[in-house]
Design a protein around this ligand. Structure first.
Ligand code: SAM
Ligand code: SF4
Length: 488
């Protein structure tokens, strides 16, 4: 056992000696990652799904004072990774991608009929997917020119863009992003192990990934974040240690470490058929602790539960979260105290826009309680910031349900008091999902149901078929009208 792995085990034993959650937590399937639900992918509880009244949502008489985060979804990639459950498909057809961009920009145009986009105070722009960098330079030029025409973007606006190594090492792509003011580049690397990359259908190698990071550094990209995955098939703490060494030798400005949520048919097949060995709950925790130990030694600070950064600033978070206006299929938005999803199906999305209709499918007015819950969950994620004691107590006093949620987190020592703030404890950081699942209790019920369904090959196929259909969400709205309302 290497020194780092030994130290990680020691850490686990010292900090969790009385109550090691690995022993009791059933983190098997479905592995729902509660920790990365903020911005863009926030789940709406099924019982809160209603149709949205556009005129109330985009009420012209209401001045938008809150900063607005703009998200654009590009649902195309050069290949489809077998673990990825985001709305994205492999596409190499320039025409198809071009047509989609036109549709996406038309959606912006349609929203612009209801609100004055140019006067919105912009928080930041996020272009994600999928892999936005599978657009060619002329297509990227077009997207950015429209964005700049429609929104109040200036040199201070922080623009984020997601990418994969193979799509940015070609000549000109990175220069194009830089020219358009992209300051934060996200590179999905996942692992530096060539055999695992091939196993999960990624079409780049370790060498290409290293080259991509170095090129982004050479052109002076302000912030380079790399996405890594733990809980991959056949991954061990030993290969993870090699990956950590490669990360620190590259020194990107930040590293996001996701835990592979086994949610795709391919991953579930690998898991149930036992054709690959997945790391145990204990090993996943060990890998998290290894990252914590080695990245901290190299000057990285843990800013959010899954996000390490070399930057010292950026902890001064406000108590509120920005509004989010998202464009593209299956995106989540929060605007004027209403959260809503766009239609989940790409074809239906295109059809709606062609009919000049906004593609909003379901949504709900956000209650004061849910808002407070979102703020607390979001603030807790910022580990050095946490939640003010005042806000924590306010939430606790709202209902017996809230009281018991926070009591449970406190009792399990997942949070600790630091002066007048409540922050995640080290245990809370390594078992962050156990904290955040408390804020998404409706998913717990879904998980129990899914555990039964996914275990069976036939039911699993049926489940993925139903989920892929847009009508299934309409059925949810219909059922929602029949079912008595359940309190959150
Ligand atoms: C929307 S993807 C875009 C990244 C980029 N297309 C790439 O992979 O090269 C953003 C990140 O989500 C993470 N992700 C994808 N599938 C996941 C899963 N099943 N569980 C956890 N994280 C996942 C990956 O780390 C990925 O880099
Ligand atoms: S991980 Fe990235 S490249 Fe792979 S399918 Fe998902 S969005 Fe596409």
């Amino acid at each position: 056992m290497s020194e780092l792995i030994r130290r990680a085990h020691e850490y686990l034993n010292v900090y969790l000696k009385n109550d090691n959650p690995c022993n009791r937590i059933n983190r098997q399937l479905p592995y729902t990652k509660y920790t990365t639900f903020m911005y863009g992918y926030m789940p709406l509880p099924y019982y809160a799904l209603h149709s949205v009244d556009i005129h109330t949502l985009f009420n012209k008489n209401r001045m938008v004072q809150k900063p607005v985060l703009i998200y654009l979804h590009i649902p195309f990639c050069a290949y489809k990774c077998s673990y990825c459950y985001y709305l994205s498909t492999a596409c190499h057809n320039k025409q198809v991608i071009g047509d989609y961009i036109d549709t996406l920009l038309q959606e912006i145009e349609l929203v612009g009929h209801h609100i004055d986009l140019g006067s919105l105070p912009i928080h930041s722009i996020h272009i994600g997917g999928g892999t936005p960098t599978c657009l060619d330079v002329s297509q990227l030029d077009y997207v950015f020119s429209v964005l700049k025409r429609k929104f109040a973007i200036d040199n201070n606006t922080v623009i984020h863009c997601e990418s994969s190594p193979d799509t940015i090492i070609s000549e000109g792509k990175l220069q194009c992003l830089k020219r358009h003011g992209v300051r934060h580049l996200d590179i999905g690397i996942q692992t530096f192990q060539d055999s695992t990359l091939a196993l999960v259908n990624r079409r780049h190698t370790k060498e290409m990934a290293q080259k991509a990071v170095m090129r982004a550094q050479e052109i002076g990209m302000e912030e380079i974040n790399i996405d890594m995955l733990i809980n991959l098939p056949d991954q061990t703490p030993e290969c993870w240690e090699e990956d950590l060494k490669t990360i620190v030798s590259l020194r990107p400005t930040s590293v996001t470490i996701y835990c592979n949520a086994l949610k795709t048919p391919h991953m579930l097949d690998l898991y149930y058929s036992k054709r690959c060995r997945f790391p145990s709950v204990q090993d996943v925790t060990i890998m998290n602790i290894m990252a914590y130990l080695s990245l901290r030694e190299e000057g990285y600070r843990l800013k959010m539960t899954t996000y390490y950064s070399l930057r010292a600033d950026g902890d001064e978070q406000k108590e509120d979260i920005p509004d989010v206006l998202s464009f593209g299929p299956r995106t989540w938005s929060l605007f004027n105290d209403t959260e809503y999803y766009n239609t989940f199906d790409l074809n239906e999305y295109v059809q709606q826009i062609n009919k000049k209709k906004l593609p909003i499918c379901v949504g709900a007015k956000i209650s004061a309680r849910r808002k407070l819950k979102q703020i607390i969950a979001s603030r807790l994620q910022h580990v050095s910031h946490g939640v003010s004691k005042e806000l924590w107590d306010k939430y606790k006093s709202q209902s017996a349900d809230h009281f018991s949620t926070l009591e449970k987190i406190e009792r399990q020592q997942l949070v600790a008091r630091d002066h007048d703030r409540i922050k995640l404890s080290l245990k809370g950081i390594f078992f962050a999902d156990d904290v955040f699942k408390e804020f998404h209790k409706h998913h717990e019920r879904e998980s129990l149901f899914l555990n039964v369904v996914l275990n069976n090959v036939f039911l699993r196929k049926l489940y993925f078929y139903v989920r892929s259909k847009a009508w299934s969400y309409k059925a949810f709205i219909f059922l929602n009208k029949l079912l008595p309302k359940i309190k959150m």
